[in-house]
Ligand binder design. Structure first.
Ligand SMILES: Cc1cc2nc3c(=O)[nH]c(=O)nc-3n(C[C@H](O)[C@H](O)[C@H](O)COP(=O)(O)OP(=O)(O)OC[C@H]3O[C@@H](n4cnc5c(N)ncnc54)[C@H](O)[C@@H]3O)c2cc1C
Length: 387
């Protein structure tokens, strides 16, 4: 994912702020919130912030394929949220939110307790969206617990129980996961097939990127079935809407994102998919003391659900939380029209795709690795850089 957009957080003095003790609540340790913690923390405002997160570690999806392929370890692609919070004096609460009452400015936590806030920001990502009626298979999301599910897959393949793996979803995530599984299970007799609704993978990317991916899939021995709209998975078979059947010992779902169910009862203005509608400033269109960023935010000028946008929203979100508390005009977040997509391939190669042009090679993989590691370094303990 590209680097954080330059954005200067004004040098607020704590005395400038409206004083209440812990008035900034961050729900979810997603890609935008880690930057909010870092930026507000650097301004000495950490003691006013509470982060609610179900886990101490936040995964960075850009490096997940490298983890599956065995290139990175767990710590390489996880931000230690608890340590990040400790560094800046932020209160870390390891739990989930189960309800939001934005009229009373209260968030209910899993244990039934309520936390009140003055300013709430929501960056809780998205959930897998499986075809209706299907519960089986392994979902890549939530990524935080995918590492456990991957270990189960390792055991089943180790026992010789699984030979046919089918990856469902032909976006960047599906393609990368298929290549990474190929690399992980190389030489173990595992067949990998990529399927999805569109005729070919990466429908939303350039023609050149699609060609490069199809060529690499052929070389890696990954089978492909396009126009395969999954309607059933039972008894070792996937069934498509047009009646085709495909043998599948296990299915990996990388299908498009859904929203978290509890938002529907919150009273926040949502879009048809259940995502929080925000204005250009990332502020809720219904409740001015609520912000949302990343996958959970539904922008006026919509973009795909991708980490690149969550990362770019971080600095604007940090600034706007401050401005909102001070009653100042907010900044506008303007999503890029074109964005760089880096797609990991086997054998330490990657594709770079932007402006309808695509190139591939080992140098692209090295470039991606540098960008990803630099992102992670920003949130590692000991990093003192200002941006
Ligand atoms: C395999 C794969 C590869 C991908 N590769 C790329 C890529 O290369 N480039 C790219 O741009 N995008 C990529 N994506 C998409 C990317 O993962 C998401 O768009 C991105 O993670 C969204 O960031 P976020 O900040 O919205 O949420 P997340 O990063 O998902 O973070 C949300 C956080 O909120 C927490 N949370 C969830 N529910 C609650 C709750 N109720 N209360 C409190 N906390 C909660 C979660 O534990 C999580 O830590 C990839 C996705 C996958 C699956």
């Amino acid at each position: 994912m590209p680097q954080v957009a330059p954005c200067t957080v004004s040098a607020h003095r704590i005395s400038d702020m409206i004083e209440t003790e812990r008035d900034i609540m961050l729900l979810g340790g997603g890609h935008s919130h880690v930057e909010v913690i870092r930026r507000l923390g650097q301004l000495g405002l950490g003691s006013r912030i509470t982060l609610v997160s179900p886990g101490k570690h936040a995964p960075y999806s850009g490096m997940l394929p490298g983890y599956i392929a065995g290139i990175y370890g767990f710590e390489d692609f996880h931000i230690d949220l608890q340590a990040l919070c400790a560094r800046f004096g932020v209160t870390f609460q390891e739990t989930v939110a189960s309800h939001i009452d934005p009229d009373r400015r209260v968030v209910r936590l899993a244990d039934g307790s309520d936390l009140s806030y003055r300013q709430l920001s929501i960056d809780i990502g998205s959930t897998p969206s499986l075809p209706s009626g299907i519960t089986g298979g392994i979902s890549v999301k939530p990524i935080a617990s995918f590492t456990d599910r991957l270990s189960c897959l390792d055991r089943l393949i180790g026992d010789g129980n699984l030979l046919k793996l089918v990856v469902v979803g032909q976006g960047v995530a599906g393609v990368e996961v298929a290549f990474a599984l190929r690399q992980r299970f190389a030489g173990r007799g595992v067949q990998i097939t990529l399927v999805g609704r569109s005729t070919e993978p990466l429908r939303e990317r350039s023609f050149l990127a699609r060609r490069l991916v199809l060529r690499q899939m052929k070389r890696a021995g990954i089978a492909h079935q396009g126009s395969f709209d999954v309607v059933g998975f039972a008894n070792g078979e996937l069934v498509s809407r047009d009646g085709r059947r495909l043998g599948a010992d296990e299915v990996i779902w990388t299908t498009s994102s859904g929203s978290q169910g509890f938002l529907r009862d919150s009273g926040l203005l949502l879009d048809a998919g259940g995502f929080i509608r925000v204005g250009a400033s990332l502020r809720s269109l219904s409740h001015p003391d609520v912000f949302a960023a990343g996958d959970v935010a539904s922008l006026v000028d919509p973009r795909p659900k991708a980490g690149v946008f969550a990362v770019r929203q971080g600095p604007i979100l940090a600034e706007n939380i401050l401005r909102s508390l001070r009653g100042q005009p907010l900044l506008a977040y303007r999503p890029q029209r074109s964005w760089l997509v880096l797609i990991s391939l086997p054998e330490n190669q990657a594709i770079a795709d932007k402006w309808g042009l695509a190139v591939s090679g080992r140098w692209v993989a090295r470039w991606k690795d540098r960008i990803d590691r630099r992102f992670m370094q920003r949130y590692a303990s000991g990093d003192q850089s200002a941006r």
